[in-house]
Design a protein around this ligand. Structure first.
Ligand code: M6R
Length: 341
C-alpha cells in the first residue's frame, strides 16, 4: 500500500506534484466561477494546516483581488464571530472537522453565501456549503497533512486566478514541475542540526510567514521537537531571548520585496549565535555565505516558491522524525480528523 515508501507521509509528499496538477487540470465549474467573481469580501475558516493555507491565500489574494479577506480559526469563530457578511469559505481536507463545520453552519444561519474547499466527495462540509470546490489530492492516510495542503493551495490559487481573469494560467499549469524538482533535496545537514535541538524556530515574511507556521506545525506533530513559526521581524520582540547555539532557525528567504530585510534579520539571529538553515533560490551566493546550511529552491514565480519551500519544510520534518524513530504516520495523541468541538 505504501508503494515502496517507508511511510505514507513520504509517499504522499511524493504525490504532491500530481495532487497540484490534478486540482488545476480538473479546474472549476461555472457555479464556482460565478460565486468567486461576485464576492465583495471573503472570510475563510479552517483549523490546523488548513488554517495555514487560508492565511497564505490572504497574503496572495488581498493585494491582487482588492477585496478584504479575513481568516478565522474554526474553534474561535463560533464563540467570537467576525462580522457575518460576504462569502464564507471553509477549507478542510476531511470535510468533517467539527469546529469548521460549526462555523460554516453559523455563517449559513446568518445568510452568508457558503463555500467549501475539501478533498472528500460527499463529506459533511459539501452538504452544508452552497458551493463546493473539490481538491484532487486523493485519499490521505498519514495524519500529517501534506498533499492535501498542496492541493488546497492549488484550489486557493485557482480562486486568485479567477479573480485575476486567468493571469496565472500558465504559472499554475507548470507549478507541479517545480515541486517535482525539490522532492529529492538532500536534507542530511539540516536534519543533523534539528534532531538534537530542543527548540527550532521557523521564520519568514509575507506568505512565507504562514509557510513557516506550517513548517513548525509539521515539526511538532511528527518529530515532537518544540517548534515555533514566526514572522521574521517579530523574533526580536521576545523570542531572541531563546536563541542559543543549540536553537536552529529555519529562515525562508526567497527573492522579493522583503529579501533585504530578511537578510538583515538573519544577520541579527547569527549575531545571537543561532545556527541558520536558509531556504533561498539556487545561486543566491549572498545568502549562502552568511548562513550555516543553504537549501536551494528553484528560481520561479513567488507563488510557486510558496509550494517549493513548503515541500522542503515537510521533508525536513519527515527526515528529522525518521532520524528520531518517531511513529510518523500516526503521531501520538492525534487523529486524522477532529470530529469534536
Ligand atoms: O480535515 P481538516 O483539513 O479540516 O483538518 C484540519 C486539521 O485537523 C489538520 O490540518 C491537522 O492540523 C493536520 N494533522 C496537520 O498536519
Amino acid at each position: 500500500k505504501k508503494g515502496g515508501f517507508a511511510h505514507f507521509m513520504l509517499k504522499e509528499i511524493f504525490e504532491q506534484p500530481q495532487a497540484f496538477y490534478e486540482t488545476i487540470r480538473v479546474g472549476v465549474d461555472d457555479a464556482v466561477r460565478k460565486v468567486i467573481r461576485s464576492a465583495e469580501e471573503i472570510t475563510l475558516v479552517a483549523c490546523g494546516t488548513s488554517y495555514h493555507t487560508a492565511l497564505i491565500f490572504k497574503y496572495l489574494a488581498e493585494p491582487l483581488c482588492n477585496i478584504p479577506i479575513r481568516v478565522e480559526l474554526g474553534s474561535e469563530f463560533k464563540y467570537y464571530p467576525p462580522p457575518l457578511r460576504g462569502l464564507v469559505i471553509a477549507v478542510t481536507q476531511s470535510g468533517e472537522t467539527a469546529d469548521t463545520m460549526a462555523a460554516l453552519k453559523m455563517a449559513k444561519a446568518h445568510n452568508c453565501p457558503t463555500f467549501a474547499i475539501t478533498n472528500v466527495q460527499g463529506s459533511t462540509v459539501t452538504r452544508i456549503a452552497d458551493t463546493t470546490l473539490m481538491m484532487r489530492a486523493g485519499p490521505e492516510i498519514s495524519v500529517a497533512a501534506t498533499k492535501s495542503y498542496i492541493a488546497q493551495l492549488a484550489a486557493l490559487m485557482q480562486i486568485v486566478n479567477i479573480r485575476c481573469d486567468g493571469a496565472f494560467d500558465d504559472m499554475l499549469a507548470h507549478a507541479h514541475l517545480a515541486i517535482d524538482e525539490v522532492l529529492l533535496q538532500d536534507m542530511a545537514d539540516a536534519v543533523a542540526l534539528c534532531r538534537t535541538a530542543e527548540h527550532v524556530f521557523f521564520v519568514g515574511r509575507g506568505p512565507f510567514y504562514p509557510v513557516s507556521l506550517e513548517g513548525a506545525l509539521k515539526m511538532k506533530e511528527i518529530s515532537y521537537i518544540h517548534a515555533e513559526g514566526y514572522a521574521a521581524g517579530e523574533l526580536k520582540h521576545g523570542p531572541f531571548a531563546l536563541l542559543t547555539p543549540e536553537t536552529p532557525v529555519v529562515a525562508v528567504c526567497p527573492p522579493g520585496a522583503t529579501y533585504p530585510v530578511m537578510v538583515s534579520n538573519i544577520k541579527e539571529m547569527k549575531a545571537r549565535r543561532a545556527p541558520i538553515i536558509a531556504l533561498g533560490v539556487k545561486g543566491d551566493s549572498e545568502l549562502e555565505e552568511i548562513v550555516d546550511i543553504f537549501i536551494p529552491i528553484p528560481d520561479t514565480h513567488p507563488m510557486v516558491q510558496v509550494l517549493t519551500t513548503s515541500v522542503v519544510l515537510q521533508l525536513l520534518s519527515y527526515h528529522t522524525a525518521c532520524a528520531l524513530q518517531c511513529d510518523i504516520d500516526k503521531p501520538r495523541n492525534l487523529a486524522k480528523s477532529v470530529t469534536v468541538e
